[in-house]
Structures are given as structure tokens and as C-alpha cells.
Design a protein around this ligand. Sequence first.
Ligand code: SAM
Ligand code: DTB
Ligand code: SF4
Length: 351
Amino acid sequence: MHLVEDIRNDWTRKEILALFELPFNDLLFQAQTVHRRYFDPNTVQISTLCSVKTGACPEDCAYCPQSARYDTGLEREKLMAVDKVIEEAKAAKAGGATRFCMGAAWRSPKAKDMSYVVDMVKGVKALGMETCMTLGMLTEAQAQQLSHAGLDYYNHNLDTSPEYYGDIITTRTYQDRLDTLDNVRNAGMKVCSGGIVGMGEEASDRAGLLQQLANMSVHPESVPINMLVKVAGTPLENEKDLDPFDFIRTIAVARILMPKSHVRLSAGRESMNEQMQALAFFAGANSIFYGEKLLTTPNPKKNKDMALLNRLGISPEAYHAGESDEVLEASLNDDLKKAQTDKYFYDASSS
Ligand code: SAM
Ligand code: DTB
Ligand code: SF4
């Protein structure tokens, strides 16, 4: 059942805050009800991240271990060779991912980099995976170039509300980010845009972030909700923990505001227990980053994630781009086959 009134682009801050203020069970019930109208509630999309260019970024994002302005002990790395990226994508596919997300620590790609990233898109796409990139700001022409290469998704986060934004980043404006998202949309790619919570913002900032995303004329197809990963050396390293229920509320409100979008339980899972992740799925999260590393920080071990999904009766979402179910079945990755046959029965001693 699709309800026309579910899909709106005129949310007021007051309405969104009222959702945040609902009793927890009422909010989760509403989110789960909306979720079931648009998605199989027992399926989660699986993406794997790859940092194709690490560290030494000129921007000053206060949360980021890759900014050259903070001493986080991160080793800078040059742009990865295209064949190395494709090897990593093959491994991600064999491990169960249907989407490969390539990230670069850039303010924006330089002209000399474009042919390499275009080749990465083509090579990964040829493996039968969805492609996503996050390379910083894009001009109209760069967005067109990536779209023509076959890039499916472009990730560019708004990060927080317009009001709180200036406390976190000063080297590019909120409007710069909105312009990049327009360029991505106009070039015909799918938009992946979300933010980070736990950066010392107020509930009204979390509402403001979601309001910006939900009031776009077309909702982002993918909405990553990151919990701040506190990295020593960054200005936010000692930020106080967000109440875990406020994180779950953010997922639930994102689900209600953007019913057809995939909401990703993104960075921060390494510091969440399994119960909290299960609650996030119940609140409407239906995508995760899978693999032992995000861009530079740890993510849960693959077998631990597969075990969790199995215990919850959740299956990975299949990728259907022109492939028949038989082909998909045949290419079902090794980890998954093992997970499905072993069922990864819960072993209390290992958790
Ligand atoms: N440099 C590009 C840019 O910022 O547009 C792309 C890569 S950047 C690392 C991608 C996103 O990762 C950021 O927008 C931010 O939302 C997220 N991120 C970075 N560091 C994080 C952290 N410590 N905790 C949570 N999310 C983080
Ligand atoms: C997103 O929203 N989260 C991902 C992805 N998009 C590129 C990145 C998370 C990075 C966490 C910190 C790190 O590993 O460096
Ligand atoms: Fe650079 Fe992106 Fe990190 Fe900001 S979030 S410092 S732009 S890598």
C-alpha cells in the first residue's frame, strides 16, 4: 500500500520536532508501520567502503581523521591504482556487498584525477556491482562525466543543520553542498546524502538536517545516518556521548520523513551493541556498511555482522541490475552461502 500523503516535501521544523518528542514506542511503531509499506522489513542493503585516496585533506571538518589540519596519526596515501580498486571491489562482492562505495579525502576532484575515477567506476560496474563515489564537491561537468561513466550513486552529506554547520566546517558552505547535490541529481545519478549525529548538536539540529533532506524535491535515495566516530586529534575527540535512544529516534524520524529511501545505519556501529543495531533496524534502517574498515576507522568484523543478521532473520538485499535471479543465485558470494548454510547459530561465548 502506497499512501500519497506519506511522501511530502513540506515538513516544518515544528512537525519534525514533534516526531522526535513522541513517546519512544509510539515513534518506533509509526516508523516500522511506514517501513513495511515500502520495504521488506527483513532485508538490508549491503555496501562496502573503500578509501581510494586517504588523508591530507585541505578541509577542516571537525569530525574527520583525514583533515590535514589535525594530527590524528593517519598515514597519507596517494590515489589508489585502478586495478587495485577493482581487486578490492571483487573481494567486496565475494564477501556479500552489492554496492561498492569509493571515497577520497578531497575538497573536490582535480581535472587530472577524473580519468582515473572514471576508470574505477567502469571497472567496478563491469563486475556487476552498484557503484557509489564520494569525492567532495562536484561541478556540473564533473557530475556529468561520472554519470556517463555509469556511476549509480554519489554520496555528499549535509552533515548537520544549516545553523550548526558553521561550528563544524568553515572551509565550504552549506550552499556549496546543496549545489553539489543539485549537480548530482541533474546529471541523473542517485543521491546519497545524510549526516552525523553526536557532534554536540541539539535535537533541533537533528530535525533541521532531516528537514533539509526531506524537503528536497526528490528525496535522496540513500540517507546515511552516521554516529560520530570520535578520533583522537580531531576537535571532536572528547565530545560527550549521544543518548543511544536519540540516535534511534533520528533513524525513525528519517524513515517517517523519507519512506521510500534506504536509511543507512552508517558509521559508529563498532561502538554499538547488537541490541542497539537491532533497534535501529526496527526503527527503519535498511542499509549498512559491511567490511572491517569504514574509510579509516574500524567497522564490525564480517562474520559478526553476518551472525547478527542471521540471528535477526535479516537477509541481504539482492542487486537486480539486468541480472536474472538465477544469475544472482549463482553468483551468491561465498561468505553468504556459508552464513546461510551454517546459520551462524548464536554462540553466547563469542559475543
Ligand atoms: N572528502 C569527501 C567529502 O567530505 O565530501 C568525501 C569523504 S568524507 C570522509 C564522507 C563523509 O564521511 C563525511 O561527509 C562525513 O559525513 C563522514 N565522516 C567522516 N568522518 C567521520 C567520523 N569521524 N564519524 C562519522 N562520520 C564521519
Ligand atoms: C557516509 O555517510 N559515511 C561513510 C561514507 N558516507 C563515505 C564514511 C564514514 C567515515 C567514518 C570515519 C572514517 O572511517 O574515516
Ligand atoms: Fe576532507 Fe571529506 Fe574529511 Fe572533510 S570529511 S576533512 S572534506 S575527507
